[in-house]
Design a protein around this ligand. Structure first.
Ligand code: 5SP
Length: 224
């Protein structure tokens, strides 16, 4: 079984002290830092880009798990690789040439991820599972934090988990993850859990520690 990874999305952190937030959440037990990049075109929100990620890189050695909600993607991949991202995930829906984007990420020496929206069928993964290191299942429609978990994605997670089989691919879920929703996702085969509001609520390193522990314990319980 793959290790459980808790990946706080800094979209829900205090942007006025991003470096400190990253250090605090890692000190509180985060495995990865999830970086939500939004362009105001693929999604109806604008977050931050490679320069912000580059500025955060010296703050931690934790894995940078970058989720690009941008379209098109290819012209920007090198900038995110140079900024220090470890995983670079593109949306299957972002186009125009998913397979080419995934190959470009690996050619940059980075781990390649593919994300699919709640309404996208998992068959889009059929021809690219050999080209990815991570599959990200969106359990909300992308663009905003603080939305409710879409329960139909749990069944999709079971099917994608079976498709992945014993390949070394991380199966990640993103959106509405809390101690209440994590167990069913873990039981369905998810091993990486992105959480924004459920981690950053409370606003202190102590609360981040308690929040991360609660999500991890819930995921472990779901697996048992
Ligand atoms: O990618 C996204 C939203 O597009 C997510 O990463 C959310 O930012 C997660 O936030 P919560 O649902 O955990 O608050």
């Amino acid at each position: 079984m793959k290790p459980i990874r808790i990946a706080p999305s800094i979209l829900a952190s205090d942007f006025s002290k991003l470096g400190q937030e990253v250090r605090d959440v890692v000190a509180a037990g985060a495995d990865w830092i999830h970086l939500d990049v939004m362009d105001g075109h693929f999604v109806q929100n604008i977050s931050y880009g490679p320069d912000v990620i580059k500025a955060l890189r010296p703050h931690t050695d934790a894995v940078f798990d970058c989720h690009l909600m941008i379209s098109p993607t290819d012209a920007y991949l090198e900038a995110f690789a140079k900024a220090g991202c470890d995983y670079i995930t593109v949306h299957a829906e972002a186009g125009p040439h998913l397979h080419r984007s995934l190959q470009a990420i690996r050619a940059l020496g980075k781990k390649a991820g593919v994300a699919i929206n709640p309404a996208t069928h998992e068959s889009v993964l059929d021809y690219i599972l050999g080209d990815v290191d991570l599959v990200l299942l969106m359990s909300v429609n992308p663009g905003f934090g603080g939305q409710k978990y879409i329960h139909s994605v749990t069944e999709k997670a079971k099917r994608v988990h079976a498709m992945i089989g014993d390949r070394p691919i991380e199966l990640e879920i993103d959106g509405g993850i809390t101690p209440e929703t994590a167990p069913a996702a873990a039981a369905a085969g998810i091993n990486a859990f992105v959480a924004g509001s459920a981690v950053f609520k409370g606003g202190s390193v102590e609360s981040y520690r308690a929040n991360i522990s609660a999500i991890r314990a819930a995921a472990e319980k779901g697996r048992a």
